[in-house]
Design a protein. Structure first.
Length: 100
């Protein structure tokens, strides 16, 4: 049985939340309550993936249709495989900040 490292599991949870966030932003807009709630969820999952005091960070990348977490391909579930690198992030309104 293959064990999953806690950091990878937390990174996967963040990728899933990021995917949902991007879909909500496209569907409902940036100012919608669902989008704002999903920002909070994604932020908390990112903080779990990168605990306080951790200097190494988290590298999320894409090559072709493959998502990479710290340079290692993620075994994509159908939800994760639908995540595409999106230019929407550059359009994120300056007034919509990620919580601290």
């Amino acid at each position: 049985m293959k064990t999953i490292e806690p950091r990878v599991a937390a990174g996967r949870a963040f990728v899933r939340s990021l995917n949902i966030l991007l879909k909500f932003a496209r569907l409902y807009g940036y100012g919608h309550a669902r989008t704002a709630a999903q920002v909070q969820i994604a932020w908390e999952e990112l903080r779990q993936a990168i605990p306080e005091g951790n200097e190494t960070g988290l590298l999320l990348g894409a090559t072709g249709s493959q998502l990479l977490l710290d340079g290692v391909p993620l075994e994509a579930t159908p939800a994760e495989s639908s995540l595409r690198v999106c230019s929407r992030w550059r359009d994120w309104p300056a007034s919509s900040s990620i919580p601290a």
